[in-house]
Design a protein around this ligand. Structure first.
Ligand SMILES: N[C@@H](CCC(=O)N[C@@H](CS)C(=O)NCC(=O)O)C(=O)O
Length: 287
């Protein structure tokens, strides 16, 4: 590993497999399947292949919210994709997401199975399929989708930028930590100013914009993400704090956070969800 202050890029980049970092064993510069592996198919209309990361949790919260409203068509099997073991490079998974990232959804209730990848696209698909959490009135719908796409564009700076260099990189480099901490705090301020005037991201109604933003910025403001609560002074974002705790109190959020989770105590985890009874005896994620 070369010191970042003295690194001179070669003329042509080559893959240094030993470059260190938490994800060195799964990251690669090529796409496509590395091995044959069929995906399991459960009994429900919706087959989710995911893991309980912020992007994965967006979808399980949405599904639990839809079930809470009585949409039986939103019943789902949540199969665990162990991204640390490279499951995302299996042929079955690549067939539903050529980008090899969780979450990915297969809707078996359409005449031929419909694949949906990218968490924002999955939220929109489910919102449109069930007619919930996405306003139909054009100005309100546009506001909701603006915030949904804001999240999709912004979170990589938080996760891939700040989180990576603050928590996962093999060494603490000042330059990228400063750059991405500044951007993360700017984004938190965007949210804080907006939430000073609005109960939820799109006004009075809880929508897929909140469902997309909360698992990243809400959990960050709980001080959980990257153990960076103090460093980023998350308590100072008072309006984000108010919104974060309001959403934290929702039953569907409590359930969705546990699905495909493999961290914490057994009472916090539902690694695979095939039935509502899988939540029996589970207490939820500690804050
Ligand atoms: N833009 C994508 C990002 C998905 C994503 O980055 N997923 C991560 C986990 S949060 C993943 O599958 N990583 C595995 C890998 O990079 O190999 C989405 O929102 O669905």
């Amino acid at each position: 590993m070369t010191d970042s202050t003295t690194y001179t890029p070669p003329k042509v980049w080559t893959w240094d497999k030993e470059n260190g970092g938490k994800f060195a064993s799964t990251n690669r510069p090529t796409a496509g399947a590395t091995h044959e592996k069929e995906l399991p198919v459960g009994k429900h209309p919706l087959q989710l292949h995911s893991k309980g990361t912020p992007n994965g949790v967006k979808v399980t919260i949405m599904l639990e919210e839809l079930l809470a409203l009585g949409h039986s068509g939103a019943e789902y099997d949540a199969h665990l994709i162990e991204i640390g073991d490279g499951d995302q490079f299996g042929s079955g998974f690549v067939g539903i997401n050529p980008n090899s990232k969780i979450p990915a959804l297969l809707d078996m209730s359409t005449p031929t199975p419909t694949r949906v990848f990218e968490s924002g696209a999955i939220l929109m698909y489910l919102a449109e399929k069930f007619g919930e959490f996405l306003p139909t009135d054009l100005p309100a719908r546009s506001e909701c989708l603006s915030w949904l796409f804001w999240q999709m564009g912004s979170a990589p700076y938080l996760g891939g930028g700040f989180g990576h260099f603050y928590a996962y990189a093999p060494e603490k480099f000042e330059y990228p930590i400063n750059r991405f901490a500044m951007e993360t705090k700017r984004q938190l301020d965007v949210l804080d100013q907006h939430l000073a005037e609005n109960q939820y991201m799109t006004g009075d109604d809880y929508t897929i914009a909140d469902i997309a933003i909360w698992p990243w910025y809400g959990v960050l403001c709980l001080g959980k993400q990257y153990d960076a609560g103090e460093f980023l002074d998350v308590q100072s974002y008072k309006n984000v704090q108010r919104w974060t705790h309001e959403i934290l109190g929702r039953e569907a959020v409590k359930r969705g956070r546990m699905v495909n989770r493999t961290q914490g105590g057994p009472e916090e985890q539902v690694p695979e969800r095939h039935d509502a009874s899988d939540f029996d005896g589970k207490t939820g994620v500690a804050v």
